[in-house]
Write a protein that binds this ligand. Structure first.
Ligand code: MLT
Length: 239
């Protein structure tokens, strides 16, 4: 099992992902919103790479059973039913619904990796459940961090390091690329108090300034869910 980390999807071709096992991480906040929506009974999440596409896709679907969700500059998009706060995706709102979902960095990263052989979503919330699946698979895999504005984001890298730590569990014989080693080292150095470091990241600070303090706390929960969203036939569903 070889582990590679891609710190941002910027510059990557979609075809790079063919035949690969890929884990997409966007801690703040797309991964957590997707996990929570499925946990609370959403039928599926359709990630899209552009707002215009979200509107087009939802236009051709059943009204009432489909909701548009997502954000621009952290805020709910005009005309959308939901923003990108995981706390909005309660069971009374999402149960049985298809959610067409757009976020600035998270959903474009997922869409870019759509040709992967196996594509799953991870955050601190489901890290052990994801680790279990990858250990069982015994295959090479890549962790694709959504990053932010075409560069890395610390929260995605630390979550990546945590996942690698869970999987390698101190074993030295699992080959890690430089980016995988760097993620593991960063996690071990500054990743222990997740709630504190998340609130001090660039994105964490922006969310807090925009009034989303509760989301930052929610996204710092570790192993609060067994849900592992799997991408198949253009949508994310329960595994
Ligand atoms: C993203 O995809 O960039 C984030 O989920 C943005 C956000 O926190 O709303």
């Amino acid at each position: 099992m070889n582990i590679n980390v891609i710190i941002s999807p910027c510059g990557l071709e979609e075809l790079y992902f063919i035949n690969k096992t890929v884990v997409v991480i966007d801690v703040l906040r797309a991964s957590n919103t997707i996990i929570n929506a499925l946990q609370n009974g959403a039928k599926e999440i359709i990630p899209v790479a552009a707002v215009e596409f979200a509107v087009k896709v939802s236009g051709g679907m059943f009204g009432g059973q489909t909701l548009l969700g997502g954000e621009r500059n952290t805020k709910k998009i005009e005309g959308f039913a939901l923003g990108n706060s995981p706390l909005e995706y309660t069971d009374s709102v999402v149960e049985g619904k298809t959610i067409v979902f757009y976020t600035t960095n998270g959903t474009p990263a997922i869409v870019k990796a759509k040709f992967s052989e196996y594509l799953i979503i991870c955050s601190f919330a489901n890290i052990s459940a994801v680790a279990k699946i990858l250990i069982k698979k015994k295959k090479d895999f890549e962790i694709l961090c959504a990053g932010r504005n075409n560069t890395l984001s610390l929260e995605d890298i630390i979550c990546t390091g945590y996942l690698i730590d869970e999987i390698t569990n101190g074993k030295k014989n699992i080959p890690l690329t430089d980016s995988a080693k760097a993620s593991l080292t960063l996690y071990k150095t500054i990743g222990k108090n997740i709630k504190k470091f998340l609130s001090e990241t660039d994105h964490g600070k922006l969310l807090i300034n925009n009034g989303f303090d509760e989301d930052v706390v929610f996204c710092s929960q570790v192993n609060s869910s067994e849900v592992v969203p799997v991408f198949s036939n253009n949508s994310l569903k329960l595994s």
